[in-house]
Design a protein around this ligand. Structure first.
Ligand SMILES: *Cc1c(COP(=O)(O)O)cnc(C)c1O
Length: 429
């Protein structure tokens, strides 16, 4: 058995996010599998460390990696029963793999979902979700402030299969409402958005989606379940790029979809199994171990980002700072209500437009100039010329991605060293 068979863990996770860990300590002394507590008696941190794994007969303490493409049967009859579905069990690692399944069960429990399906990448998770829930003629409404490759997928690829998307401003509820058509099946968003950290009201958009027979799909890569649990707020499906904070150390590419058994275990898993968007067992193992330290890492990222955001706001060369944890953020109150932490990503505009931003970036010696985020290492990027370089200039400025904007994903280094690294360039502006 694994902790997590029972899906109803909202209350205990809420408890845990407040730092109260009553009852969970007894799990740490449990010896036998038979007396294991159910997930109703333990907190988020305990589930993050222990949920989802079935120990093998070898008695290994750390989770094993099953690097096998196929599985053997005791007889021809057993093989036939496995293939027909009469007998549960492994057939081929594109369908099921014990290490991948352990990651899926652990992430499902942390998100408060019945079922998780792991995918080869975050984009693989979004593609798989679209293929599993849409057909030609269907329509989506999406926030315009979503990951660049997601825009390309919706706008350039799915359109070839007659699936159309209307993009709307993240925080304009009326624009969402007006964009819904009879063919609309999905409302899609990311919150906080990248790079300007706009917050979408998940509860309000879930109500709008359900009133129109649509699914609300939330890409939760920026917050992770340690800071935000969209399913508890009414969302139907949660998407992850595990590449980001779930790994947290910049090693592997992976993704996941979480939601109810019927939808995720049905058509969405069907696409993974047949379409081959499956996760590799080695990557699943890295993410499984990443989940064990997720909450304490996220707490440290949030603390450092808050300090850096407040410090940046006081710098004369900085025109404005986007971070939901700042009182100056237009949706600070909504973020405080919807999230248990404000995240590790912030952006800010400097004097001097692109020249100023590039000068600041080129003056750094410690932080990494790279577009990746959610790493222990702090990263710095100029969205207008990299991640958002292909977006039409007028649309980009309209979305707040000005030429002077710089994005930072705050890592786990000493915050004083990150400030000193940035101060060198800020003094030149
Ligand atoms: C990185 C990212 C993706 C895509 O994930 P990959 O693992 O790179 O395919 C999707 N959404 C968000 C919010 C991301 O940051």
């Amino acid at each position: 058995m694994w902790l997590g068979e029972n899906h109803c863990i909202f209350s205990l996770c809420t408890l845990c996010l407040c730092g109260k860990m009553n009852e969970s300590s007894k799990v740490l002394t449990m010896a036998s599998n038979d007396d294991r507590p159910t997930d109703e008696t333990v907190g988020f941190d305990t589930l993050a460390v222990r949920a989802g794994y079935e120990r093998t007969n070898e008695g290994e303490h750390s989770e094993a990696i099953f690097t096998t493409s196929s599985y053997v049967y005791e007889s021809a009859a057993q093989a036939a029963a496995r293939f027909s579905g009469d007998e549960p069990g492994n057939i081929y690692s594109r369908f099921t793999n014990p290490t991948v399944n352990a990651f899926e069960r652990r992430l499902a429990v942390l998100e408060g979902g019945e079922r998780c399906v792991a995918t080869a990448s975050g984009m693989g998770a979004i593609l798989t979700t679209c293929l599993g829930t849409l057909k030609a003629g269907d329509h989506m409404v999406s926030s315009r402030a979503i990951f660049g490759s997601t825009v390309v997928l919706f706008d350039n690829i799915l359109t070839r299969f007659d699936i159309k998307t209307t993009f709307v401003p993240q925080t304009d509820l009326q624009a969402w409402q007006q964009a819904i058509r009879p063919q609309t099946k999905i409302l899609f968003l990311e919150t906080p958005s990248n790079p300007v950290t706009e917050i979408a009201d998940i509860t309000a958009l879930a109500e709008l989606a359900h009133a129109n027979d649509c699914l609300l799909v939330v890409d939760n890569a920026f917050c992770t379940p340690a800071l935000q649990r969209p399913l508890a707020l009414g969302a139907d499906l949660v998407i992850h790029s595990a590449t980001k904070y779930l790994d947290g150390q910049g090693r592997c590419i992976g993704g996941a979809v979480v939601g109810c058994e019927e939808r995720v275990g049905g058509d969405i898993y069907g696409i993974v199994r047949t379409g081959g968007t499956s996760m590799s067992p080695f990557n699943a193992w890295v993410f499984l171990k990443g989940l064990e330290t997720l909450r304490i890492r996220m707490e440290a990222h949030c603390r450092a980002a808050q300090q850096l955001a407040e410090w940046l706001e006081a710098q004369p060369a900085v025109l404005c700072v986007n971070y939901p944890g700042l009182k100056s953020h237009p949706q600070h109150a909504l973020a405080a209500q919807q999230q248990t932490g404000f995240g590790g990503v912030l952006s800010f505009a400097v004097k001097g437009g692109q020249a100023g931003a590039w000068r600041l970036i080129d003056s750094t010696r410690l932080v990494s100039i790279t577009a990746n985020l959610g790493d222990t290492k702090t990263t710095i990027t100029h969205p207008a010329s990299t991640t958002h370089g292909r977006v039409d200039a007028a649309a980009r400025i309209d979305a707040g991605i000005t030429d002077g904007l710089v994005r930072i994903s705050v890592g786990l280094e000493d915050i004083a060293d990150i400030k000193a690294d940035l101060l060198r360039g800020l003094r030149l502006l």
